[in-house]
Design a protein around this ligand. Structure first.
Ligand SMILES: *Cc1c(COP(=O)(O)O)cnc(C)c1O
Length: 365
C-alpha cells in the first residue's frame, strides 16, 4: 500500500496546472515580475475575500508581521504579547522590528492563547497583542480584543494558517488593527513561490506599508524613510489569483476530512483540539496529542501513515530566545503540546479510502 503523507502538494498542483501555466504566461509576456498588475489584482481579490478595505502583498508571512509592527510604530523598548505555542515566525515579526516578544501560555484544550493569562504580562512597555489562529482555528478574538481595548493595545491577527477560517460566521482578517497572512506553498492558500500579505481597514497603515515594502518610496527614486525590498512577485500574485478561486472548495474538503476524523477516531489515547462553537477551522493542520508520541508515530508508520510534529519546541524554549531567560515549566500547556503533538494527514485531495486508512490506523493504536 502506498504511504499517506501529512501533505501532498503535487495533487493540488497537478489539478490546476494548465490554469497556473496560463497565468504564468501572462506575467511572462508582460514581464511583470516584481509587484505590478498581477499583485494588485490579487490584493483586490484577497481584500474582498477577507471583507477588508485593503490587502497588501509582500514577499512572505514573516515580512507581513514585521511590516505590521513597523506601521504601528513598534520598535526598540516595546513589548508585544505572543502565544508561546506558535510557529516561531510570529515572534520573528516582533524581534525584527527591534521589540521584544512576551510569551503567554495556551489553554490546555483549545491550544489557543489563554486570554486569562494575558493581563499579568502587560507592562507599561506593552504595545500590542498578536493572536494566532493556530492550525487554522480562530482564537477567542472578542475576549482578547476586550483586553487589548481595555489596556489601549493594538490587536494583530496572525492568520498565516487560517485563510478562510471564520470567527462567529465572519472570515478572519478584519478583526484587529491588521491581519498577517502567509502564502508559503504549504499553507491553505499557498503561492507557487514565497509570498505573504496584510489585510486592514486602515488607509494610513496601508499607504505606509506599501511604501516600506518598496524601499520607503511612493514616488520612484524619492525615499522618505529607510525602506525594504519586500514586494510580492508577479508570478506569485498570479498563482494566488488562480488558487483563491478554489480556496473555499479546498477548505470545505479539509473540513470534511476533519469531520470524519472527529466522528470516527474513537481511540481514547488520542486527544484532539477542542473546537469552540464560534470557530470554524480550515484545518491547516490536524494535530492530536498522545502520551507516547514516538510509539504512536512508529505505529502509524507501520501502517503507511506518515505523521509530523507541529511544533516540537515552543517559542520560549528555542535557543534564539535564550536571552529572555525562560525555563522549562514556564508555560506548561505549550510544553505539553510540543512534546505530545502529532499531525495527521490533512489536505483537500485525500481520498475517502485514505481517510479511512488513517482512521483505522489511529484506532488500532
Ligand atoms: C507560516 C507562518 C508564518 C510565517 O510565514 P512565512 O511565509 O513562512 O514567512 C507566521 N506565522 C505563522 C503562525 C505561520 O504558520
Amino acid at each position: 500500500m502506498s504511504q499517506i503523507h501529512c501533505l501532498d502538494l503535487k495533487r493540488q498542483h497537478q489539478s490546476i496546472k494548465a490554469e497556473i501555466f496560463e497565468a504564468f504566461e501572462k506575467v511572462y509576456e508582460n514581464t511583470a515580475f516584481s509587484g505590478g498588475p498581477f499583485v494588485e489584482k490579487f490584493e483586490k481579490e484577497f481584500a474582498t475575500f477577507c471583507d477588508t478595505k485593503y490587502a497588501i502583498g509582500v514577499n512572505n508571512g514573516t515580512t507581513a508581521l514585521h511590516l505590521a509592527m513597523l506601521a504601528l510604530g513598534i520598535g526598540a523598548g516595546d513589548e508585544v504579547i505572543v502565544p508561546a505555542n506558535t510557529f516561531i515566525a510570529t515572534a520573528w515579526g516582533v524581534s525584527h522590528a527591534g521589540a521584544t516578544p512576551v510569551f503567554v501560555d495556551c489553554t490546555a484544550d483549545s491550544w489557543e492563547i489563554d486570554a486569562t493569562k494575558i493581563e499579568a504580562k502587560i507592562t507599561k512597555n506593552t504595545k500590542a497583542i498578536i493572536g494566532v489562529h493556530l492550525y487554522g482555528q480562530p482564537f477567542d478574538i472578542d475576549t482578547v480584543k476586550a483586553i487589548a481595548d481595555k489596556h489601549n493595545l493594538f490587536l494583530i491577527e496572525d492568520a498565516a494558517q487560517a485563510q478562510g477560517a471564520t470567527y462567529k460566521g465572519k472570515n478572519v482578517g478584519g478583526f484587529g488593527e491588521m491581519a498577517c497572512f502567509s502564502f508559503y506553498p504549504g499553507k491553505n492558500l499557498g503561492a507557487c513561490g514565497e509570498a505573504g500579505g496584510i489585510t486592514t481597514n486602515n488607509e494610513a497603515y496601508t499607504t505606509h506599508i506599501r511604501s516600506l515594502r518598496n524601499h520607503g518610496s511612493v514616488v520612484r527614486y524619492y525615499h522618505d524613510e529607510i525602506g525594504y525590498n519586500m514586494r510580492m512577485g508577479g508570478l506569485e500574485g498570479a498563482s494566488l489569483s488562480v488558487k483563491l478561486k478554489y480556496l473555499q472548495q479546498w477548505n470545505d474538503k479539509r473540513r470534511d476530512v476533519a469531520k470524519q476524523y472527529h466522528s470516527k477516531i474513537t481511540n481514547p489515547k488520542v486527544t484532539m483540539q477542542a473546537q469552540p462553537e464560534w470557530a470554524s477551522s480550515i484545518y491547516h493542520l490536524f494535530v492530536v496529542t498522545v502520551e507516547d508520541k514516538d510509539a504512536f508515530v512508529k505505529h502509524l508508520e507501520q501502517n503507511d501513515v506518515i505523521a509530523a510534529f507541529h511544533y516540537p519546541v515552543p517559542c520560549h524554549l528555542q535557543k534564539a530566545y535564550a536571552h529572555l531567560g525562560h525555563k522549562e515549566g514556564d508555560f506548561p500547556n505549550s510544553e505539553y503540546l510540543a512534546s505530545h503533538c502529532v499531525s495527521l494527514p490533512m489536505f483537500a485531495e485525500l481520498t475517502d479510502e485514505e481517510v479511512a486508512r488513517v482512521i483505522d490506523a489511529v484506532n488500532a493504536y
